[in-house]
Write a protein that binds this ligand. Structure first.
Ligand SMILES: [Zn+2]
Length: 206
């Protein structure tokens, strides 16, 4: 039986023997995640936006191109308890922490969960919606050892969002992000093994 025929968990998309779902503790973070994706991403097992939704309870998912998707984005942008931002570092971009300080509200972080060329197109479509773009202060090295990075500063969606939450650094997100990092490392390890890839040691015994 070929590997592609192996049964997969519908949530984490690892082969069922490697499923990490029962080890995941979802957290409710003060910052909200609004994930924009499309149906094509649904078929990509290595998509990491899916993992984010398993771990962050305060999220919503919008399929770009589906009927009414722009209204849904506008609805998220209009939520008064958050300041909406688009997490996409086009220069010049703003600093998330500064916005939190200035507005005194948590962020509704709009994330474009797709490849970079589609992300640029989507950004253009929602560009008229007057929402600040934010980026990371410091981009860490990628831990997504599943592909050759076109540019080394391009992080996968999961790691980018966790890094942002770490930078925003409110006390409540500490346990969440360390758990997320741990689960992500396990997930990457299983995905890489399945693909016969080698990757840097994640440190044995921890
Ligand atoms: Zn699973």
């Amino acid at each position: 039986m070929s590997k592609s025929k192996q049964e997969r968990c519908l949530q984490c998309r690892l082969v069922v023997q490697e499923c990490i779902c029962s080890d995941i503790t979802p957290f409710r973070t003060e910052h909200r995640l609004t994930l924009l994706t499309n149906k094509r991403e649904e078929y990509i097992h290595s998509n990491t936006g899916r993992l984010l939704r398993l771990m962050l309870e305060n999220n919503s998912l919008i399929y770009v191109g589906e009927k009414g998707w722009e209204d849904k984005v506008e609805f998220e942008i209009a939520r008064s308890e958050y300041t909406p931002v688009i997490f996409f570092p086009v220069t010049p971009f703003s600093d998330g922490q500064e916005i939190v300080k200035e507005k005194g509200k948590p962020l509704n972080i709009i994330v474009l969960d797709t490849n970079w060329s589609s992300a640029r197109r989507w950004l253009y479509k929602i560009g008229s919606m007057e929402v600040k773009k934010i980026g990371l202060r410091t981009v860490p090295p990628s831990k997504y050892y599943l592909r050759k990075q076109p540019k080394k500063e391009n992080l996968c969606t999961f790691q980018a969002v966790v890094s942002l939450l770490e930078e925003l650094g409110s006390g409540s997100s500490g346990p969440a992000t360390s758990h997320m990092n741990e689960m992500f490392a396990l997930w990457v390890k299983s995905m890489a093994k399945e693909r016969g890839l080698t990757f840097p040691s994640l440190g044995s015994g921890h």
